[in-house]
Design a protein around this ligand. Structure first.
Ligand code: CP3
Length: 350
């Protein structure tokens, strides 16, 4: 059910490395606490309530699109709810962030994980995608669907929350069979969820691999990459561009390139031109302003944005974004100025 009326949008064109008049821009975690409109909804609803009520998820998805001239929406959800469908108990606590009360700690726990179709477990997000697409159709703004990548989801499943050094996860990686079974299950769930989002109307799909950069290139390549790559290959059937975003992966960009995504998201710890040189011309790049730069006085922020546009130097396939999610206290005025500045800058012809 992919309606293609906004196929000519800047964002979709850039994903396909076609020429654009202005660089498209969206911001990871663009719906969130830095916006008063979001905080207002949060006064009355928990984050899981918002995610599980399609009308609320739709409302929150549209908030940043109403406030700024962004070139794409991203469906409001989180990477963790699919773990509930697998049998894990997820909670968002105000102090600790996400917590899983029954983490995966044994071979038996891996065996007990359920692999169900996203239609059964994530129907609320698929319905929210349908609602948002109806709202966005007339505006020509495409919608991004997303999932956590198998490794990052496995980290949360095993650690039960965030972690300082991912010791339990890394120990599980050394238990060959348990790791293979766990990653097989994660990969099946993730691929099915992404294809279902495209079926519901998502026009681009992003994989968030927030913790993959904790691994050595060798471990990533041997024990993680084959699964992520198989997800990307399976999701190809959906016929939409795929973005892979990992954090702290600048030591292994060549390996990341082998995943075969259409777009690679990069963080701010590397210059965009250097990242592109290492990834090669055959891929689009998304990034890479330090989210903290949005707290700078406008003149300083503008200089930082300019450097990124100059480093892209008019090549096809640059999508402006942050190097990670927008921070909770980000000044809204700077977000507006940044979006307008990126749109006000003509893409140099090279
Ligand atoms: O980008 C968007 O606007 C879509 C929404 C979105 C959320 N989470 C909503 C959210 C997306 C794409 C995510 C992805 C996500 N969630 C990631 C991958 C990207 C990244 O930032 O690394 C990860 C690791 C998570 C897990 C997660 N969710 C954490 C660690 C936390 C707590 C930390 C925090 O920022 O509060 C969340 C909660 C969360 N997910 C919030 C939002 C808006 C804030 C919760 C709130 O409203 O109180």
């Amino acid at each position: 059910m992919n309606m293609t009326n906004d196929n000519g949008s800047r964002f979709l064109r850039a994903c396909r490395r076609e020429r654009v008049d202005r660089t498209p821009i969206w911001l990871m975690r663009q719906a969130g606490r830095y916006m008063a409109e979001y905080r207002k909804v949060r006064e009355r609803h928990s984050i899981l309530e918002i995610i599980k009520t399609p009308e609320l998820a739709c409302e929150v998805t549209l908030q940043p699109l109403d406030a700024f001239e962004l070139d794409a929406g991203i469906i409001f959800s989180d990477i963790l709810p699919p773990l509930e469908g697998m049998g894990l108990d997820l909670e968002f606590t105000s102090g600790e962030g996400p917590v899983i009360r029954n983490p995966v700690r044994s071979t038996r726990d891996v065996e007990a994980l359920r692999v169900l179709p996203a239609n059964e477990t994530m129907g609320f997000t698929l319905d929210a995608i349908r609602l948002v697409r109806r709202e966005l159709e007339g505006r020509g703004v495409p919608l991004i669907g997303f999932s956590g990548a198998p490794f990052t989801l496995a980290c949360y499943a095993i650690e039960g929350g965030g972690s300082r050094n991912y010791l339990r996860t890394k120990q599980t990686m050394s238990a060959t069979e348990a790791w293979r079974d766990l990653m097989d299950k994660m990969s099946t769930v993730v691929a099915d969820y992404l294809v279902s989002q495209a079926d519901a109307g998502a026009q681009v799909l992003q994989l968030f691999d927030t913790w993959a950069g904790e691994l050595s290139p060798r471990d990533y390549k041997n024990k993680v990459m084959p699964y992520t790559k198989s997800v990307i290959e399976k999701v190809r059937q959906a016929g939409v561009p795929i973005i892979y975003f990992g954090k702290n992966m600048n030591g292994m960009l060549e390996v990341v390139r082998e995943l075969g995504s259409d777009v690679v998201g990069i963080d701010w710890r590397i210059d965009l031109d250097e990242a592109w040189r290492r990834l090669g011309d055959g891929v689009a790049i998304q990034g890479n302003l330090d989210p903290a730069a949005l707290f700078d006085p406008w003149d300083e922020l503008k200089k930082k944005a300019k450097v990124i546009l100059e480093q892209a130097s008019g090549r096809c396939g640059h999508i402006f974004n942050l190097g990670h999610g927008i921070l909770p206290k980000t000044p809204v005025d700077n977000v507006r100025r940044l979006v307008d500045y990126v749109h006000g800058t003509e893409v140099q012809k090279t």
